[in-house]
Design a protein around this ligand. Structure first.
Ligand code: MIG
Length: 799
């Protein structure tokens, strides 16, 4: 891929012989005779940063992706010089840097096995058109290597054999294999010989990844400007790679309020007020749980952000309050384009303060979006973000809006070929002025960040909620996201499944699709099957464009309504389980959904699986993604799995048929799991939780489970007011022992657990709780194998 052939043919250039080496604390610096400098920074024992310059000078070291909270520090560092190379050793890795050409090879320090090795290594072309370099890297693909990640790419899990581009793009009705689409997450995890490592190429210019497409055994990545600047992250477990990447680029700054994990209803657009109210009422009448309702662009006055159409919504504050009294949180859309209108406050303020993006030669960046001709705030300027965040005061503090939805923030521009700003638009980029070539991929992220800042400020002491369409690595710190304008087809149901898994594997777990499809209209069967998948996604929202009919749970007849209700109810029951998974994600960077390969990379059957995934830690789900299905074949990872509906036990490591009529779907629970459940509520907080149900699935052997709870909103949990229950279960032929270890200062409102025992291979004779013996009769509730116990027990022996 050589581009600069037109003027003076230089083609690819390479570093030459290393002429000097220097160590400055954790930065190792290598300079070549032709002026290339490589900095290797030891971030952690298993994380190395590689950064190259071809000019002898590095740019100001600034990244929107890397969080200031990233962990740093290593246990061991040793650098030895040999005749032909330098050898860098940490407690996890050995890295060879070759003197002849600066190429490197990385080995596992434990067993000296080769993990990753440069092919051409770093090389570059001069960019005649824009100045600077097109920076490139190529690596040898090891035998049997597979690749995963890269954000929202709508392709099969394993990326091998394909080439991708990262350039955030508005992609209405994209399809399988469309590339690029809305997000740019230049991070992948590679797996070979059962060991995994990751590469995060932190370069915001248009970038490319080629996984053995151009050449069979070569993986390469390059960008149209900026520095070759990447992080090498070693596992060997994939989950460690993803957790380390998420540590670098950030976990969500706070847990989401529990209601945000409920069901959301959206459409383009619900208006006027009476329509919004009708929809809300119907949910309550039909007893379909729902926590949030969305207002799309038509709530505004001529699509001016931060205004209301007074004809449709004469008294938004009252409406929002009435909705709230019925348990509905109101979420409104806010786009980046600000209508050119000299009578419009927001426009005037931004103009006076010089907050709009400008073209290289001075004029404002003018583009058409919904409001007509617009200017666009430069969200890469911290002063602009502060101003923007303050604009939410009225919406949030005054009117009571609970969440904001950022759309069109790629940024999308209509009626222009590139669908976005031209390259020459200028950005502040945190005081590192640059063109849109560099700022494009992070523009939407910075808008979502500014929105988050506002929501956080004005929602306090409650937690903020933001949803964004565009994203770059690190955006997960501020906001949730959806997968953009999909289509109501069966293929798109599979794509939604792939995208949600892929986003989770790319450090961004708070993700969901437009359930039912945005464009076109699903039939009832497709809608029901999509809801079944959607309730197992971290973000769960139906959305559709208005042009193709209704897309509410009741729009497809009573049969479908009943199926949809059943699955949304299931989601509400599983809220404490999902919240615990979210807590693990926010705490440790463990993805909420785990593709089978991430769950068990040691089983090579998982390497090419697409449909099955693990929801949280213990639940295996697999959507039905074909019409007229009575069930499907699916792969069960190693271990024993209980059928959610029938309790039938299945042994993993094989592919099997599973029955699943339209009112069902394949869902399984890992043997030994303890799954916490709340009662069905119409919205979060409708009921005081009087008892926590825990489904206990017998296993011969040991299994650990956790339940995390707190006040479900607010920040007290940060001060220690949370409750973490660590359960360890041990099953024997005729005995089941459960230990509980509790930490945290939060006191749950309930006093008891209802333990439902599944798959017990023996008849209960007696039960001992904290050393006191009970006969089973004294404890038995309604039905067999159900025990009510005090929530603070330490040990239960069931014999
Ligand atoms: O040009 O606001 O992806 O969710 O409903 C379309 C209208 C603009 C695109 C979003 C979609 C939203 C729609 N928007």
């Amino acid at each position: 891929m050589i581009i600069n052939t037109e003027l003076e043919y230089k083609g690819n250039m390479f570093p030459s012989q290393v002429s000097s080496y220097q160590k400055d604390l954790d930065v190792l610096s290598f300079t070549t005779e032709n002026g290339v400098i490589l900095h290797i920074t030891i971030i952690r024992d298993s994380v190395l940063r590689f950064r190259y310059t071809t000019t002898g000078i590095f740019e100001n070291d600034f990244s929107y992706a890397i969080t200031k909270y990233a962990s740093r520090g290593y246990n061991h560092l040793e650098v030895a010089e040999e005749e032909d190379k330098y050898v860098i050793t940490t407690s996890k890795l050995i890295c060879h840097v070759f003197k002849a050409d600066l190429r490197n090879a990385i080995y596992d320090a434990k067993d000296n096995s080769l993990i990753c090795q440069d092919e051409l290594g770093f090389h570059w072309e001069e960019s005649y058109e824009f100045g600077g370099d097109i920076v490139k890297m190529s690596k040898v693909a090891q035998e049997g290597e597979s690749y995963y990640g890269l954000g929202d790419k709508p392709v099969d899990n394993n990326l091998k054999g394909k080439r991708f581009e990262n350039w955030v793009t508005d992609s209405y009705a994209y399809g399988k294999d469309t590339d690029p689409i809305y997000k740019a997450i230049p991070f992948y995890t590679a797996l070979h010989h059962k060991k995994a490592y990751g590469i995060f190429f932190d370069n915001t210019f248009r970038s490319f990844f080629d996984f053995c497409q151009e050449r069979r055994n070569i993986t390469s990545f390059w960008a149209q400007g900026g520095e070759m600047n990447y992080y090498f992250i070693y596992g060997p477990e994939m989950s460690e790679v993803v957790a380390n990447y998420t540590d670098l680029t950030g976990k969500p700054h706070e847990l989401p309020a529990l209601w945000t994990l409920g069901y959301h209803q959206c459409k383009w657009s619900y208006y006027p007020e009476s329509k919004v109210k009708d929809i809300a009422k119907k949910f309550r009448d039909l007893k379909i749980p729902c926590d949030a309702i969305y207002l799309d662009i038509d709530y505004m006055e001529g699509f001016r952000c931060f205004t209301w159409n007074k004809e449709y919504f004469p008294d938004p504050k009252r409406m929002v309050k009435e909705l709230r009294e019925d348990g509905f949180k109101t979420i409104v859309i806010i786009d980046p384009g600000i209508k050119i209108d000299h009578d419009y406050e927001v426009f005037k303020e931004a103009l006076e303060n010089d907050y709009f993006c400008k073209r290289a030669d001075g004029p404002y960046m003018k583009g058409k979006v919904w409001p007509g001709e617009c200017y666009f705030p430069d969200f890469t300027n911290p002063e602009v973000r502060d101003w923007w965040s303050d604009l939410f005061r009225e919406l949030v503090e005054e009117i009571g809006v609970k969440g904001v939805w950022n759309d069109m923030n790629e940024p999308a521009v209509m009626e222009v070929p590139g669908k976005t700003f031209p390259n020459d638009v200028r950005h502040d980029y945190e005081g590192n002025p640059c063109s849109h070539r560099k700022a494009h991929n992070i523009y939407g992220m910075q808008m979502a960040r500014a929105t988050y800042q506002g929501l956080k400020k004005f929602s306090y002491p409650k937690r903020p909620f933001v949803i964004t369409r565009a994203a770059y690595s690190g955006t997960q710190r501020y906001t949730s996201s959806w997968t953009g304008d999909n289509v109501a087809t069966w293929e798109h149901l599979s794509i939604a499944n792939l995208q949600a898994q892929r986003m989770c594997m790319s450090g961004f777990s708070f993700i969901g699709s437009d359930i039912g499809g945005f464009a076109e209209q699903p039939n009832g069967e497709l809608y029901a099957r999509w809801i079944q998948l959607g309730v197992f996604h971290p973000f769960c929202r139906t959305h559709s464009s208005g042009d193709h009919g209704d897309q509410e749970p009741w729009a497809f007849g009573e049969n479908i309504t009943n199926v949809v209700r059943k699955f949304i109810e299931l989601r509400y029951q599983l809220l404490p389980y999902l919240y615990t998974a979210f807590w693990r994600y926010a705490e440790e960077g463990i993805p909420i959904l785990k593709s089978l390969v991430l769950y068990d990379q040691h089983d090579s059957h998982t390497h090419y699986r697409n449909d099955e995934f693990i929801f949280g830690e213990k639940i295996l789900a697999c959507p039905i993604n074909e019409p007229n299905a009575k069930g499907r074949r699916m792969y069960f990872p190693m271990g024993d799995w209980y059928n959610w509906w029938t309790d039938e036990l299945v042994t993993g490591g094989q592919e099997l048929w599973v029955d699943a009529d339209l009112d069902s779907m394949p869902v399984f629970v890992k043997a030994g799991a303890m799954i916490p459940k709340y009662p069905v509520q119409q919205y979060v907080g409708e009921k005081e939780i009087e008892e926590l149900t825990i489904d206990v699935y017998f296993k011969e052997g040991k299994e650990a489970s956790q339940v995390y709870e707190d006040a479900h909103d607010g920040y007290d949990y940060i001060k220690g007011r949370y409750s973490l229950r660590n359960f360890s279960l041990q099953g024997k032929k005729n005995e089941l022992i459960i230990h509980q270890h509790k930490s945290g200062k939060y006191t749950a409102p309930y006093e008891t657990f209802k333990l439902k025992l599944h798959g017990l291979p023996f008849k209960i004779k007696k039960v001992q709780i904290d050393k006191v013996e009970y006969s089973f009769k004294d404890l038995k509730l309604n039905g067999d194998n159900v025990l009510e116990v005090h929530k603070d027990f330490n040990d239960i022996h069931i014999m």
